[in-house]
Ligand binder design. Structure first.
Ligand code: FES
Ligand code: FES
Length: 915
């Protein structure tokens, strides 16, 4: 047969190259697979995300859309070609100092798009930047720091890394940030052993069906490159997994029946060409399709088929909080408002689809993949393989965004099973449609609520019922059902509360963890109703919130007394003048009439940091070796939020050395202790406290050896550890000490922290969280009443973070959270079976995210490291209801279903009397 490949010559990063490839080969694949330039990322392979952006003859193009044939005689520049002689160029340095790269998966594309612009315009305007970068999606940063970086490309370089004791609170650029700017960072799809086989899951096209797999022998005969067809019967241990120890309800591979469209039924393992060529239609699977249970209402209808034997009513779990006599309190209220609210599935849309490889190493197995929770993965994979946890090693790749979606297993049990059985490395990279079809989403919610207040606006009662569609499997459904009732009454003192949350099984895509665990949905209902209540009572909406804000010493609906660090009132005070000013400007503008109207809305939130009423520990270790190298061993996975830098800042100050002198080993379960999951906004608070304790522990040991006092100064480096204590100088002879661990450290400090909580009783009474974050946000919007389109003009976000360990990272989290809140409010809805890629799932682009002003309130948390709490999820939670309240301010229309797409906005406007 004629070789379809051709010789193609072009210039790549300034040098001539010649490749032998098929003319239709995508440039992105050519760069990554043939030329080993993995700095160019693939997020969609469809021209939607821009992650693959490179320069072709100096102009930005999507490398996934350019066939190799078009390269002949032309010039390609990738991110690897940006930095000259190992030095970062000015644009990369600007990204670094502004914190413009969080997870970094979009960063190469952003840099290339910006390079194209800057080659034409050395001093571009913001509008030019928005235009030039408009084709590259970022899910983490909210874009603002990227825009700042491009506009400040000629700015001065970052301040030097601070000295001992000055790291906490400093605006330090990411300590691990350079690799994200050069393309050197290794994400799940960027590395695999050369002899790795490929794995592709074959997934159900039906939401509910039984099936039988026919004779596979002809397929094996037809495709010699097909090494194994993995079915449920092949799974070495338990063919099930799940988040909770007592709920392992999701099979690795379906065994005879499927519960959602996209569920894996078998996996093909073989060489890349075979796996790609073999179509699903060739696989002998006989389906008997059943009527699926779609939506909460259908699942709860009398006689609805049960998805799981143990839950005949399809109710996975019910969580509740009850305090006081709600009916009596509502009856005695001066005003009561209520309503029904609906939210849809929301896709995480991290730009990195799931990817990784597994390899067997003797009697052990190693898995390199993107994850937010290495130790939980380790234990789950051990179950699936029927092995002891200690023989499983998880090596987290860099994570190209998670937001909760990479807390659940995805490809890990498949590649691990295949690699274990075949004793050969196996890799897998999900396509974007596969990622969307098979991985968890934000729970759709159906919420009914009533809130009452007395004539002064003091909240009297809340009656709240929320049902969450957990899809086919439990995943984090119990977490959502239990967390939401605790949070339902919001950051307010409410005397009587009846709040219930249920997780409901359906034949839809499993819903799991997504930034806020159901609280963002709940807050859409309650914060909208609070606005109505304020209006009904004739009280300013900010003032009503301020009047009811939980303060230190107040008791929550769960009966917990908040001892300290309750900064909502301070957040609202910080917003007060801006609120009145912005409202007045909007009202002035609206007096002129016309179809465009302006509005300003406010919403507040609280958020319990860490697991709800469950042990939630983290352990950190820091060691110093004979060469005087100090290393922090952190199992806290950094998914872009910056925890690697945060942990180092905290540990370095506790130990008393410059943060720049601290090396990091992260994530690997063989090398780092268990720091728990990167979820529930817990790493700064929980792992940060453990990192502080570890630093203090090592310092104690060093001072004891030196016989030095508590204020002594440590100097490390050049193979020495010197202790300066007043006038005395003592050197510890590190070379004389025996190694205390396999890493070669001779002195090791360790720290452990488990936030003090108690279980909740049947009425949800107890101490569910040791600490809470508080926030309030203002959204200023403009709405076209004719079209129903809403543009967010500005968001002001006041967040009580306890202590901002690194303000750049905190601001980055707020920006990214606000951007996701805009998506939740206005545009994002995943439709199972219909949404396939990023062209039919719209997330905010650079043009959709306005100026975001961050007001950091530091009401110190006594339990937190240097007073710090968490920010990841709180950043998103108030944004959507603030926007919905702004729409009401602008037009008088109330939106009770999100996303508020133009058709829904138009319907609400019509109901409010607009034409
Ligand atoms: S990978 Fe090319 S645009 Fe998404
Ligand atoms: S930093 Fe842009 S997608 Fe993560």
């Amino acid at each position: 047969m004629r070789d379809p490949r051709q010789r193609i010559e072009f210039r790549l990063n300034g040098a001539a190259v010649a490749v032998q490839t098929e003319p239709a080969c995508r440039l992105a694949d050519l760069l990554r697979d043939e030329l080993d330039l993995t700095g160019t990322k693939i997020g969609c392979n469809a021209g939607d995300c821009g992650a693959c952006t490179v320069l072709l003859d100096g102009e930005q193009v999507c490398a996934c859309l350019v066939p190799a044939a078009q390269l002949v005689g032309r010039s390609v520049t990738t991110v690897e070609g940006l930095a000259g002689r190992g030095e970062l160029v000015a644009l990369q340095r600007a990204f670094h100092r502004h914190g413009a790269a969080q997870c970094g998966i979009c960063t190469p594309g952003m840099l290339m798009a910006a390079s194209d612009l800057l080659a034409r315009e050395t001093r571009p305007s913001e509008a030019m930047v928005l235009d030039a970068l408009g084709g590259v999606l970022c899910r983490c940063t909210g874009y603002r720091k990227i825009v700042e970086a491009v506009l400040d490309v000629a700015g001065t370089d970052a301040a030097p890394i601070p000295d001992s004791g000055a790291a906490v609170g400093a605006r330090i650029a990411k300590l691990d940030g350079i690799a994200k700017l050069t393309g050197a960072e290794r994400y799940g799809a960027d590395a695999a052993p050369a002899d790795a086989l490929w794995l592709r899951a074959v997934r159900s096209p039906h939401a509910s069906a039984t099936f039988t797999i026919g004779d596979l022998a002809p397929l094996r005969a037809k495709y010699p490159g097909l090494v194994k067809i993995l079915t449920a019967a092949d799974i070495p241990g338990a063919n099930s997994f799940g988040i909770y120890p007592d709920i392992k309800d999701q099979p690795v591979l379906a065994a005879g029946f499927v519960r959602f469209r996209g569920e894996a039924v078998l996996a093909l393992v073989g060489d890349a060409a075979t796996i790609e060529t073999l179509t699903d239609g060739e696989i002998p699977i006989a389906w008997q399709v059943r009527e699926p249970v779609i939506g909460i209402e259908a699942a709860l209808a009398p006689g609805a088929p049960a998805l799981h034997e143990a839950h005949q009513d399809n109710i996975l779990i019910t969580g509740r909080v009850r305090s006081g006599d709600v009916e009596a309190a509502l009856a005695g209220s001066a005003a009561v408002v209520g309503g029904d609210f609906t939210t849809g599935f929301v896709e995480h849309a991290y730009i990195e689809p799931e990817a990784g490889y597994a390899r067997r190493v003797g009697d052990r197995i190693e898995i390199f993949a993107c994850t937010q929770t290495p130790y939980m993965d380790r234990d789950e994979i051990a179950r699936v393989l029927g092995l002891a946890p200690e023989v499983v090693r998880i090596i987290p790749s860099a994570v190209g965004g998670g937001f909760g979606g990479k807390l659940d297993l995805s490809l890990q049990p498949l590649i691990a099973s295949a690699a274990w059985l075949l004793d050969q490395p196996v890799r897998c990279v999900y396509t974007r449609p596969e990622s969307m079809a098979s991985t968890t989403k934000r729970h759709p919610a159906r919420i009914r609520a009533r809130i009452g207040a007395d004539a002064e606006g003091r909240l009297t009662a809340l009656d709240f019922q929320a049902d969450f569609n957990t899809g086919a499997y439990a995943s984090w459904g119990p977490t959502v059902a239990n967390r939401v009732p605790v949070h339902a009454s919001g950051p307010y003192v409410v005397k009587a509360v009846r709040a219930e949350g249920r997780a409901i099984y359906t034949n839809e895509t499993p819903a799991g963890a997504f930034r806020g665990f159901g609280v963002p949905q709940a807050v859409i209902a309650t914060e909208t109703l609070l606005d109505e209540l304020a209006e009904r009572l004739g009280i300013d909406a900010l003032e009503l919130r301020h009047r009811n804000a939980i303060r230190a010493g107040d008791r929550t609906a769960s009966g917990q007394v908040i001892a300290a660090s309750a900064g909502l009132a301070a957040c609202l005070e910080a917003l007060r003048s801006r609120w009145h000013h912005a409202r007045a400007i909007a009202e002035d503008a609206n007096r002129a009439g016309g179809v465009i109207r302006r509005g300003v809305g406010i919403a507040a939130m609280w958020y319990g940091i860490g697991n709800t009423s469950l042990s939630n520990p983290s352990t950190m270790r820091v060691g110093i070796d004979r060469q005087g190298r100090v290393t922090l061993y952190s199992g806290a996975v950094d998914i872009g939020q910056g925890s690697n830098t945060i942990m180092a800042q905290i540990c370095a100050d506790a130990l008393g050395i410059p943060v720049g002198a601290l090396a990091l080993v992260t994530g690997d379960t063989d090398l780092t202790p268990d720091a728990g999951k990167t979820s529930a906004s817990r790493q700064t608070f929980v792992s940060g406290a453990a990192a502080k304790a570890a630093g203090e522990d090592l310092r104690r040991q060093i001072l004891a050896r030196a016989g030095a006092g508590a204020t002594a100064r440590l100097v490390v480096g050049d193979g020495r550890l010197v202790v300066h204590d007043g006038g005395a100088v003592r050197e510890i002879d590190l070379a004389a000490l025996p190694a205390s661990n396999e890493s070669g450290d001779v002195l090791t400090g360790s720290g452990h922290f488990d936030p003090p909580t108690t279980p909740l009783d049947a009425d949800g009474q107890g101490v569910p969280y040791a600490s809470y974050a508080f926030a309030a946000q203002l959204a200023e919007i403009e709405i076209d009443t004719r079209l129903g389109t809403v543009k967010v003009l500005r968001v002001t976000a006041a967040h009580d973070v306890g202590r901002a360990i690194n303000p750049i990272q905190v601001e980055g989290q707020i920006h990214g959270g606000v951007a996701q809140g805009i998506g939740l409010a206005l545009m994002e809805e995943y439709l199972p079976g219909r949404t396939e890629n990023l062209h039919d799932y719209l997330i905010p682009t650079i043009g959709d995210v306005p100026d975001i002003e961050c007001l950091l309130i530091e009401d110190p948390e006594p339990l937190g490291p240097y007073g710090a709490k968490g920010i990841g999820e709180p950043a998103l939670i108030p944004t959507a209801p603030a926007i919905l309240n702004a729409i009401h301010h602008a037009t008088g229309a109330r939106i009770r279903r999100v996303p508020a797409t133009p058709d829904r906005v138009r319907a609400a406007l019509k109901a409010a009397g607009y034409d």
